[in-house]
Design a protein around this ligand. Structure first.
Ligand SMILES: Cc1cc2nc3c(=O)[nH]c(=O)nc-3n(C[C@H](O)[C@H](O)[C@H](O)COP(=O)(O)OP(=O)(O)OC[C@H]3O[C@@H](n4cnc5c(N)ncnc54)[C@H](O)[C@@H]3O)c2cc1C
Length: 404
């Protein structure tokens, strides 16, 4: 195979950038570059697939397997919405991601995206809604500003006594989470990628190069490494990321819908979001999904048992009874406990490790990363191959220097 040199990697990318923004490239050796991606969640699985589709020899390692119950990408569903307040760059990425999800659904031959719309609710119209609306106007995203009368007429299964305003985004929807990760890794395998279940840790290293990552049983050598370990990143690189990524606990409850009543199920109810709660209609008969927003209790992704607290279960019961009067008294039929992997500014963290020229860190999804999978994976793959990307994105995703 021909030697892969710097010039051949610094090219115009599919991310629409024409100038090189990187000053160095990974130390790929002779022949095809090879990359080990550590972590098969939304960030790692999509990265591995994009690398493989670019001809790279890729090994994807995951300690517990794709879509596992500890991973932040586990569980049934995630929301996809273009609305991001004034963070327009993410809105632009979601528009690209929506197209990519639709294309991949065809390729994977399974429905992963369930369009249903999203109601962003508040007691009155606020600055966040106004900022989102402005971006919608700029990007020509369909939306409606609704008052209480509109809401009562349009969404009769819900009560709006304490909600006087809403921004409705009809193009938003639900993505199947665990199932999508399994589909991505299956495609990766079909295209010649290697998936191995193993927990790997950095090293050995030699100067500014990582030579390999090591599991209890094996060493995995490569020209470059992408650590996409989600909430585990802070454990893998404790000195660098121990205080830059936090892992707050989140609880999710599924309320059984009344027998024979389809009002709370997809496609009859939109996603809903407000300062204290968000949720989705019942999909696949799992129940109306609600989750309390916020909370600073940190959890360890390895060791914590996934049992919900009675306090949040009760708050959720009260919320459901208030917002969906016909659901009052319905039982919780399933629950999930998981952790976020938040950066301080809730921007993604995608950057080269400051100590190694051939190591990339990719994570910090911060409660909004899943939907971006197909686009973020492409971005990480391009960076790991030393290709030019939009410097504005590189700046936002950079490891923030100085005290964390
Ligand atoms: C309750 C909740 C709701 C959310 N809602 C949304 C939403 O509506 N929309 C949205 O877009 N996003 C949402 N998110 C965020 C989104 O789910 C995450 O940003 C995204 O899934 C993170 O993916 P990841 O690949 O970085 O991490 P993970 O999915 O955690 O993947 C990391 C993987 O690395 C593996 N691993 C870790 N360490 C090692 C090691 N040393 N060796 C080998 N393997 C290792 C793990 O087993 C795991 O599979 C939500 C998150 C939560 C918790």
């Amino acid at each position: 195979m021909p030697r892969v040199d710097r010039r051949s990697f610094i090219t115009t990318t599919s991310l629409g950038v024409t100038s090189a923004s990187l000053t160095s490239v990974p130390a790929f050796g002779q022949g095809l570059p090879d990359v080990v991606v550590i972590g098969a969640g939304a960030f790692g699985a999509w990265t591995a697939l994009h690398l493989r589709e670019r001809g790279v020899k890729v090994t994807l390692l995951d300690a517990f397997g794709p879509g596992n119950s500890r991973a932040t990408s586990g569980g049934e569903t995630r929301q996809i919405r273009v609305g991001y307040g004034d963070r327009e760059m993410y809105s632009r990425w979601v528009l690209r991601a929506l197209d990519a999800w639709r294309t991949r659904e065809k390729e994977f031959e399974r429905q992963l995206l369930f369009p249903i719309g999203r109601l962003q609710l508040a007691s009155e119209w606020n600055a966040g809604m106004e900022a989102t609306k402005k971006v919608f106007d700029t990007l020509d995203v369909r939306h409606e500003r609704l008052n209480r009368d509109d809401l009562l007429r349009r969404f009769p299964a819900m009560s709006f006594d304490d909600a006087g305003a809403a921004l409705y985004e009809p193009g938003a929807g639900i993505i199947k989470a665990r199932e999508a990760i399994v589909a991505v890794t299956t495609s990766f395998g079909r295209k010649g990628g290697t998936l191995t279940i193993a927990r790997a840790f950095p090293g050995p290293v030699s100067g500014r190069r990582m030579e390999a990552v090591s599991s209890a049983a094996e060493r995995f050598s490569a020209a470059a490494f992408v650590f996409a370990c989600g909430p585990w990143l802070r454990k893998v690189f404790p000195n660098l990321l121990g205080t830059r990524i936090s892992t707050p606990r989140r609880e999710v409850f599924f309320f059984g819908t009344p027998p024979g009543d389809q009002r709370y199920s997809w496609p009859n109810l939109p996603n809903f979001s407000e300062p204290s709660f968000y949720g989705f209609p019942s999909l696949d008969q799992r129940g109306l999904k609600v989750s309390p927003v916020g909370g600073d209790d940190l959890m360890d992704p390895d060791t914590e048992e996934r049992l919900p607290s009675e306090a949040l279960a009760q708050r959720s019961r009260e919320y459901v009874a208030r917002r969906f009067p016909g659901m009052k008294g319905q039982p919780i039929v399933e629950s999930r406990v998981c952790q976020l992997e938040n950066t301080v500014d809730e921007h993604f963290l995608i950057d080269r490790h400051p100590d190694y020229d051939n190591v990339w860190i990719a994570g910090g999804g911060s409660g909004h990363g899943f939907k971006h999978g197909p686009v973020v994976g492409e971005y990480i793959a391009e960076r790991a191959m030393g290709r030019a990307v939009d410097p504005a994105f590189a700046r936002v995703f950079a490891l923030k220097r100085g005290p964390s």
